[in-house]
Design a protein around this ligand. Structure first.
Ligand code: ADP
Ligand code: MG
Length: 626
């Protein structure tokens, strides 16, 4: 076949453009990225050879070799891993396959300064080669295949693919033609130092060709199998970045060896930044599974529950058979035991963090709280522990509060944990349904993650105290003590005939638009609010379900009116004095629907008929001027 030219996917071109023009100071990380890929390629081959041993034939020692040629001004990184065929090359070195990376590139603004920061946090994998090279040549042959291939590009919009008889017998050899101003990287001492800094943890030997002979420049054993006290923080961090394809600092490191009936080592990391695919619907876990130091898979659904999908790192089992296939991992009893051991460990460590370092824990909860809360309804066995780990925004306190804090502060006469769900804590705090609570300083938890609507119905109580939505059913806080600890005598609600006639009139006027109209014990300042009937779905949940096309139901709500509000009082008085026509022709209808619409707006619901709303508002305003 002759040479074929391919255009890079648009996102790749964009990324390359930024990579080439940025003044990114940390260019040396190109070597870390290429070594990381070479190591992944060797892991993949070792796994494939478990079932096809011929793939390893003749070249059993997996390794990475680095060399620099001063006269040709090239650096070469070679591995004898899985290699790539033509389709692999087009797919892997022409597009951005990883969903996270594609999303990341979409965020790039083209503004070199801010993009550089982002790249630093994220990394650009293979394409980082173009930070130091003005041309990159990849020679590669896929294990078990006959044809070898050459991929070449100057990183400016396109690449070529050719067949290549001179490709390595197996694996990949990447040659970087170092740009004029980057010649420092041709220095062997420099290369050695970069490998030591970033890639010492790589479990394969890395050789540097120096003075005509290969010398191994890294430790070459699996980092997680080394004793903890021999591992530096930097080594953990670099390992985390390599194993997790992450570019931040780990928030927490868990390195443990489990001994006994089931033996395994875990080296797990909690990131300090949200991975880009955290809310991807697949919810896949990213921890790599090894068996006796051999990589098996980074996509083992049964290793950890989805609500721990933010974890990165490795688990290495001594008990699973080496020739285990990914299919055999499903419903595997050994794996099930490892999983429950890991869950217990992680939950325990999070609890320690929460107890000892509340501020650091708050940062964790900001990042991963919504994901952990999925476990409350998906993992019955963890429910109580996870409820104890959960943190909430509160109507009475800044920052995060725990349920334990809340229950510890219950007022005299208070038997329930009050909460309200919505999209935004600040808006919730001001919602009319909270007025009576705020007036007495009774704490209400502000639940603002969509997931809250899903675990709440399944959890009956915490510490024996039931959860209670303040936007549903009849709420009465009159029996609960105020801030000073005193329960004020009940302020007689106006049950006089005046209010009753107004209520009846509103009910008739609004008829089908509401489920009921009734005097409120929730309101102190606002004239009206909407609430869900006791057995009905809460309004916020119904909105979420509608947004996700899970329902097209629009439940009727109860309109509560504030008997103490001057508007309501005056309406009640006129209706009592002059009867229905008292407010002028059509006025009752206008006022009733305007009250309902304002309650809807406060609730974040659209008004039902915007034109009718505008017409009514106009006529009421005109009457006001008259
Ligand atoms: P990532 O490593 O995060 O997947 P990269 O940009 O670093 O992203 O690499 C892209 C892909 O190219 C890899 O996923 C892999 O499939 C392929 N690749 C890169 N280098 C090699 C190599 N040395 N051997 C085999 N495949 C490789
Ligand atoms: Mg990579």
């Amino acid at each position: 076949m002759g040479q074929e030219s391919h255009a890079f996917q648009a996102e790749v071109s964009r990324l390359l453009d930024i990579v080439a023009h940025s003044l990114y100071s940390n260019k040396e990380i190109f070597l870390r990225e290429l070594i990381s890929n070479a190591s992944d390629a060797c892991d993949k081959l070792r796994y494939a050879a478990l079932t096809q041993s011929e793939l390893m034939a003749g070249d059993g020692e997996l390794q990475i070799k680095i060399s620099a040629d001063l006269s040709a001004k090239t650096i070469t990184i070679a591995d004898n891993g899985i290699g790539m065929n033509k389709e692999d090359l087009v797919e892997n070195l022409g597009t951005i396959a990883r969903s996270g990376t594609a999303a990341f590139v979409e965020q790039l603004s083209g503004d070199a300064k801010s993009d550089v920061g982002l790249i630093g946090q994220f990394g650009v994998g293979f394409y980082s080669a173009f930070m130091v090279a003005d041309k990159v040549t990849v020679l590669t042959r896929r294990a078990g295949e006959v044809d070898g291939w050459r991929w070449e590009s100057d990183g400016k919009g396109s690449f070529t693919i050719d067949d290549a008889a001179d490709a390595p017998a197996r694996g990949t050899r990447i040659t970087l033609h170092i740009a004029e101003e980057q010649q420092e990287y041709l220095d062997k001492a420099r290369l050695r130092q970069i490998v030591k800094t970033y890639s010492d943890h790589i479990a394969l030997p890395i050789y540097l060709l120096d003075g005509g002979k290969d010398s191994q420049i890294n430790e070459g054993s699996a980092l997680w199998s080394r004793p903890k006290n021999e591992i530096t923080e930097e080594q953990y961090t670099e390992f985390y970045r390599h194993a997790g394809h992450m570019f931040d600092e780990p928030w927490h490191v868990m390195h443990n060896r489990q001994e006994g009936v089931i033996e395994y080592t875990n080296l797990l990391f909690v990131p300090s930044a949200r991975p880009f695919d955290l809310f991807h619907p697949e919810r896949s876990n990213h921890v790599k599974l090894y068996v006796k130091r051999v990589f098996i898979t980074d996509d083992c659904a049964d290793l950890l529950p989805p609500w721990l999908r933010f974890l990165r790192g490795v688990v290495d089992s001594e008990d699973l058979p080496l020739n285990i296939s990914r299919e055999m991992l499903q419903h595997n009893p050994v794996l099930a035991k490892i999983r429950s051991g890991l869950v217990k460990r992680v939950v325990g460590e999070l609890k320690t963090k929460a107890d000892n370092e509340p501020e650091a824990y708050a940062a964790f909860w900001d990042m991963f709280g919504p994901v952990v809360k999925e476990g409350i309804y998906e993992d019955q066995g963890q429910r109580d522990d996870l409820l104890a780990l959960a943190r909430f925004k509160s109507s009475e306190h800044e920052g995060w509060v725990s349920l334990e804090d809340y229950v510890g502060r219950l007022r005299d006469g208070q038997t329930e944990i009050f909460y309200v769900t919505g999209d935004d804590a600040a808006a919730l705090k001001d919602s009319p349904q909270l007025e009576a609570f705020k007036a007495k300083g009774i704490e209400v938890l502000l639940l603002t993650d969509p997931v809250d609507e899903f675990w709440i119905p399944g959890v009956s109580d915490f510490s024996g105290k039931p959860f209670r939505s303040v936007t549903r059913g009849d709420i009465d806080v009159s029996a609960i003590a105020g801030k000073d600890g005193v329960t004020p005598p009940e302020d007689e609600t106006d049950t006089s005939g005046e209010l009753a006639s107004l209520t009846a009139l509103l009910k008739v006027t609004l008829s089908d638009a509401v489920k009921d109209v009734r005097p409120s014990r929730r309101l102190t300042n606002s004239a009206v609010c909407l609430v869900a009937d006791e057995g009905d779905v809460d309004m916020h949940l119904e909105r979420i379900l509608r947004q996700h096309n899970q329902t097209n139901e629009v439940s009727k709500r109860i309109l509560e009116i504030n008997p103490k509000h001057s508007l309501i009082r005056r309406m009640a008085e006129s209706v009592a004095a002059k009867g229905e026509g008292a407010l002028g022709p059509d006025a009752v209808g206008d006022l009733a629907f305007l009250l309902l619409d304002q309650a809807r707006i406060a609730e974040g619901e659209p008004v039902e008929d915007a034109n009718a709303f505008a017409r009514r508002l106009t006529s009421v305003m005109e009457r006001g001027l008259a």
